[in-house]
Design a protein around this ligand. Structure first.
Ligand SMILES: Cc1cc2nc3c(=O)[nH]c(=O)nc-3n(C[C@H](O)[C@H](O)[C@H](O)COP(=O)(O)OP(=O)(O)OC[C@H]3O[C@@H](n4cnc5c(N)ncnc54)[C@H](O)[C@@H]3O)c2cc1C
Length: 807
C-alpha cells in the first residue's frame, strides 16, 4: 500500500469507484480507493440497476444522461462487460398536476438532450401490451432508459481506473481520519496509514460514522428497500424485445422485466422505516441482505397486480431487501464538507447506480479544475447545516422515501422536520397568516393568507395570486415590511480586513465608513462563487451578508481565501441578528416615527448604513439598500429585540397602509428591477460578463482573485449572455430551466421568472446565444408544454434609473 497519494477515497461502492475512474480520466492517477470488503459489497451489489432519465432538475438530469450514455460504452472503454439493457421507460401520470410536471420535465429533456415523448393512454399498449392503463392520463416515454448489472458497471469503472494508474485496496478498513498540521489528511487503516492531500467519504451506509471521525455530521438515513423477482413468465419469454421499465404512482413501484420474469420494487408509505434502528451496520456486514418485511409490501403488490395483471400468476423467485442511503432532500451529497479544505463527501445516493458515473465525473471536475461544468449547488453537502440533526435527517428522509412517486408541486414541502430555525417574530407573522417555506432550516414567509385556507399548490398561478399582487403593489405604492432574518451574516474584523476583502472581491470595497457595496467572490477562472453585500461599519470592521442557503458555503469562501499572514477574524453572526426589510415610498415616514436618526437624503444616502437606535433598541444596523427596488432600509436588529422593532414599525405604518410581504412578492419585485439571484442567474459555471454584471468587476484594481480569469473571459467573449425577457404567459410564469427557441433552434434556457404586478408583465431571465441578448429580439419560451412569445427588454421594467432608490 502506498504511504502517500493525492486523493484517498474511502468506500468501493459505485459512488467511490465512479469518482476514482473519473479522477483518473482527468489525469489525477495518483488516487487510491480503500474498501473494507470487496468492491460493491455495501448497497451496490444488490441494487435493481435501473437508470432513468426523468427528473425535474436539469443538473441531476445531466448526471443521469451521462451515466446512461457511458454505461453502454464501458465495455469498449475498459474491456469489461456491463450487461446494459436499453429497454426504455414509461412513467405514468394519473393527475393533472402530474401532467403539468411531465410538461415541465419535457422542457428539461430538451436542454439535457435525451429522447422522450409524452404519449396518451391508448399508445401505452404499443410499448407495453401487458400494462392496464386505468386512470392514466399520459405517460412520459423515455427512449434510452435502461438497467445495468450494478456490480459489472462498478467493476468496469474500477478496471478503467486501474488501467489509468489508480490503485484499489480491497479488504482494507479505514479506522480513522486525522487532519495534519500540513493541511493533509492521514487515513488510518488496518493495513497501515496513507497521507493524502484530499480525502473523500464514499462510505455509503457508514458515511456518518466515517464523517464523525473528523467532526462532520453526514445527513443520511439508511432506508430499508425491497424488490422482488418472479419466475419466468410465458408471455415474457415469447416477447421479441424487452419491455420498458414502468414507474407507476398508483402502485408506488417500478415494474420491469428481469430474465423473463417480473421485477417489482414498491416504495411503501406508512410502513417505511430506517434499517438497523437508525444505527450504522456492523463493520463485518458485507454482501448481505437484511431480513425482508414482505407484509409491508402487500398493499403495494396488490396495486401492482392491478397495473400489471401478469404478475398475479407468477411465482416469486427471490426477494431482495437492503439499505438504500437517503438524504432529506433525496439528492446525494457531493462536494466539499464544511470546514478545512479538501475533505469531500460523495455519498447519500438513493439512485446511485444511475448516478454513480455522472456524479463521479462532475465531482472529479470540481476537484481537479476547481469547478464543474454543471452547477453543483444542489449536490453540495453544505446545503445542510447543523440544524439537519440525526432526528431531522431520519424523519425527513423517511418522508422523502414515502413520497418517491408523489408529485411535489413548486413550493410544496414535506410537512415534517419543520420549525427548526425561526426568527423572534415568527409567531406574530404566523398569526397574520404567513405561509412558511423552509429554507436552510429557517421558516420564511412566502405570502400572507387571510382566508385561513393555506396554499393550493400548483404548477400554475394559484390561490396566492391576489394576495401577492396586493403585497407587491403595497411596496410599490405605499410601504411593505418583510422578515428576511434568513440572510447569512458575517463579521469581518481586524487590521487586514479591508485589504483582505478588497483582494477577494471583484468590486471595490468602500473606502469610507458606512459605505455599502455588492461584491462577488470569483474563482481563479473568473466564475461566480458567491455574491455578498459588504457594509463598512468601521475601518477594521465589515458586516457581510449573503444568501440564506449560502451560510456554510460562503463562510468557507471567506475563510479559505484568507492568507495565513492576514490579520482577519471572520465570525458567523447569522443567528444573532434578525432582519426586517422596510421598503416603499412611505418607508422614510414610517421609519422616522421610530428613530431619531436623520433619514433625509443628504444625511442618509442610498448604499450607506449606520448602527443606530430604533424603537429604543440599540445596535440596530440600518442599511439603505434592498432587493425590491424602492426607497427603503434593511434593519438588522439584535434577534431578541426584533419584536419591539416590529411592533413599532407596524404601529407607525398603520396610517400609511403598511403591508407585510413575503418571498413571492419579493421575487416579483426583484424581477421588475432585473436584479439577478445567486444560485439562479449567478452560479459557478457563469462569469460576470455572461451575467451582464461587468459594472461590478473593477478590472482597474491591480489584483483580486479571479481578475486574470475575468480578463481572459472578456477577451474570449461570452459563450452565452443573460437576457431579460417579457413573456406572453397566461396562467403560469417561468420557474427556470425552460428551453428558449428561435423557430426550432434551441438558443438558451430561462433561469428564473415571476409576474411583475406593477409593470403588468410576466418577466424572466434567460441565458441565450449572445447575438440574441439584444433589446427587441423575439424568442419563444417553452412554458409547461406551450410555446410562449417573449421579447428581450432593454432595461429593468421598473425604475431603470434607480430614481426611487435614491429618492
Ligand atoms: C434494494 C435496492 C434496490 C436499488 N435499486 C436501485 C436502482 O434500481 N437504481 C439505482 O440507481 N439505485 C438503486 N439502489 C440504490 C443503490 O444501491 C445505491 O444508491 C448505491 O449502491 C450507493 O452506492 P455507494 O457507493 O454510495 O454505497 P455502497 O455501495 O454501500 O458503498 C460503500 C462502500 O464503502 C465501504 N466502506 C464503508 N466504510 C468503510 C471503511 N471504514 N473502510 C473501507 N471501506 C468502507 C463499504 O464496505 C461499501 O462497499 C437500490 C438500493 C437497494 C437497497
Amino acid at each position: 500500500m502506498k504511504s502517500h497519494a493525492r486523493v484517498a477515497i474511502v468506500g468501493g461502492g459505485i459512488m467511490g469507484v465512479g469518482l476514482l475512474y473519473h479522477l483518473a480520466l482527468e489525469g489525477w492517477t495518483d488516487a487510491v480507493l480503500i474498501e473494507k470488503g470487496e468492491l460493491t459489497s455495501g448497497s451496490t451489489w444488490h441494487a435493481a440497476g435501473q437508470c432513468p432519465h426523468f427528473n425535474s432538475s436539469l443538473n441531476l438530469t445531466k448526471v443521469h444522461v451521462y451515466g446512461t450514455q457511458l454505461y453502454p460504452k464501458l465495455e469498449e472503454l475498459t474491456g469489461q462487460a456491463v450487461s446494459w439493457h436499453g429497454c426504455g421507460g414509461l412513467r405514468l401520470a394519473t393527475t393533472d398536476d402530474e401532467v403539468d410536471w411531465f410538461k415541465y420535465v419535457y422542457g428539461i429533456s430538451r436542454l439535457a438532450g435525451y429522447d422522450c415523448e409524452i404519449i396518451g393512454p391508448n399508445e401505452i399498449k404499443h410499448y407495453h401490451p401487458f400494462l392496464d392503463p386505468f386512470g392514466v392520463k399520459v405517460a412520459f416515454r423515455t427512449v434510452h432508459d435502461g438497467h445495468v448489472a450494478p456490480a459489472d458497471v462498478t467493476n468496469a469503472m474500477a478496471a478503467g481506473a486501474r488501467k489509468l494508474g489508480a490503485e484499489i485496496y480491497r479488504r482494507t478498513r479505514v479506522t480513522d481520519i486525522k487532519r495534519l498540521p500540513t493541511g493533509e489528511w492521514r487515513i488510518v487503516t488496518d493495513q497501515g496509514d496513507i497521507t493524502a492531500e484530499h480525502v473523500v467519504n464514499s462510505a455509503g451506509s457508514y458515511a456518518d460514522v466515517v464523517g464523525r471521525w473528523t467532526g462532520h455530521h453526514v445527513p443520511i438515513a439508511n432506508m430499508l428497500h425491497h424488490y422482488l423477482i418472479t419466475e419466468p413468465v410465458r408471455e415474457l419469454i415469447e416477447l421479441a424485445s424487452e419491455l420498458p421499465v414502468v414507474r407507476d404512482p398508483y402502485s408506488h413501484a417500478y415494474l420491469r422485466e428481469e430474465t423473463n420474469g417480473i421485477l417489482i420494487g414498491p416504495y411503501e408509505t406508512a410502513t417505511a422505516h430506517v434499517c438497523w434502528d437508525g444505527q450504522p451496520p456492523s463493520w463485518d456486514f458485507e454482501s448481505e441482505l437484511i431480513a425482508p418485511e414482505v407484509d409491508r409490501l402487500m398493499p403495494w403488490l396488490g396495486k401492482a397486480t392491478e397495473r400489471l395483471p401478469l404478475f398475479e400468476s407468477a411465482g416469486v423467485k427471490s426477494v431482495i431487501s437492503g439499505a438504500i442511503t437517503h438524504t432529506p432532500d433525496g439528492t446525494y451529497l457531493s462536494g466539499p464538507a464544511p470546514g478545512p479544505r479538501n475533505y469531500w463527501m460523495h455519498c447519500g445516493a438513493s439512485i446511485g447506480i444511475c448516478q454513480g458515473g455522472g456524479a463521479g465525473k462532475y465531482l472529479a471536475q470540481w476537484m481537479v479544475h476547481g469547478q464543474a461544468e454543471i452547477n453543483m449547488r444542489e449536490f453540495d453537502p453544505r446545503r445542510f447545516g447543523n440544524w439537519a440533526t440525526k432526528d431531522y435527517t431520519e424523519t425527513v428522509s423517511v418522508a422523502d422515501y414515502q413520497h418517491m412517486y408523489y408529485c411535489y408541486k413548486p413550493a410544496e414541502q414535506h410537512p415534517v422536520g419543520r420549525n427548526l430555525r425561526v426568527s423572534s417574530i415568527h409567531e406574530t407573522l404566523k398569526a397574520r397568516g404567513a405561509q412558511f417555506s423552509q429554507i436552510f432550516g429557517w421558516e420564511r414567509a412566502r405570502w400572507y393568507d387571510t382566508s385561513g385556507k393555506g396554499e393550493t399548490y400548483s404548477f400554475r398561478r394559484s390561490n396566492w395570486w391576489d394576495a401577492v399582487k396586493a403585497e407587491a403593489l403595497a411596496v410599490r405604492e405605499r410601504v411593505g415590511l418583510m422578515d428576511l432574518s434568513t440572510f447569512s451574516k458575517f463579521e469581518v474584523k481586524g487590521r487586514d480586513a479591508f485589504t483582505f476583502l478588497d483582494r477577494i472581491c471583484a468590486n471595490r470595497i468602500p473606502a469610507r465608513d458606512g459605505g455599502i457595496i455588492l461584491g462577488h467572490l470569483l474563482n481563479a477562472n473568473g466564475f461566480i462563487e458567491s455574491e455578498i453585500t459588504v457594509t463598512r461599519l468601521a475601518p477594521e470592521h465589515f458586516y457581510v451578508l449573503s444568501a440564506a442557503t449560502a451560510q456554510l458555503h460562503d463562510f468557507d469562501q471567506l475563510a479559505w481565501r484568507r492568507r495565513l499572514d492576514e490579520k482577519v477574524e471572520i465570525t458567523d453572526v447569522t443567528d444573532a441578528y434578525g432582519t426586517l426589510v422596510l421598503a416603499g415610498p412611505k418607508s422614510r415616514d414610517v421609519l422616522a416615527a421610530c428613530t431619531e436618526t436623520d433619514l433625509s437624503n443628504a444625511a442618509f444616502r442610498w448604499l450607506t448604513g449606520k448602527e443606530t437606535v430604533v424603537a429604543g433598541v440599540r445596535g440596530v444596523r440600518l442599511l439603505r439598500v434592498n432587493y425590491v427596488g424602492e426607497l427603503g432600509w434593511e434593519l438588522h436588529c439584535p434577534m431578541a429585540e426584533m419584536p419591539r422593532v416590529l411592533d413599532a414599525l407596524l404601529a407607525a405604518g398603520r396610517s400609511h397602509g403598511l403591508a407585510l410581504f413575503g418571498t413571492y412578492a419579493m421575487n416579483s419585485l426583484r424581477m421588475e428591477k432585473a436584479y439577478r439571484g445567486w444560485g439562479s442567474e449567478l452560479t459557478a459555471e457563469i462569469d460576470m460578463v455572461e451575467a451582464d454584471m461587468e459594472r461590478f468587476i473593477r478590472l482597474d484594481k491591480p489584483d483580486f482573485i479571479g481578475r486574470d480569469g475575468s480578463l481572459l473571459k472578456k477577451q474570449r467573449g461570452p459563450r452565452m449572455k443573460l437576457a431579460y425577457l417579457a413573456v406572453e404567459a397566461s396562467d403560469s410564469d417561468c420557474a427556470g430551466n425552460e428551453p428558449v427557441y428561435v423557430d426550432d433552434r434551441l438558443v438558451g434556457l430561462t433561469t428564473s421568472g415571476a409576474y411583475g404586478h406593477a409593470v403588468k408583465k410576466s418577466l424572466a431571465f434567460a441565458y441565450v446565444d449572445p447575438a440574441l441578448a439584444i433589446a427587441g429580439t423575439a424568442l419563444d419560451v417553452l412554458l409547461l408544454g406551450e410555446r410562449r412569445r417573449a421579447v428581450v427588454l432593454p432595461e429593468a421594467a421598473w425604475d431603470p434609473r434607480n430614481e426611487r432608490l435614491r429618492a
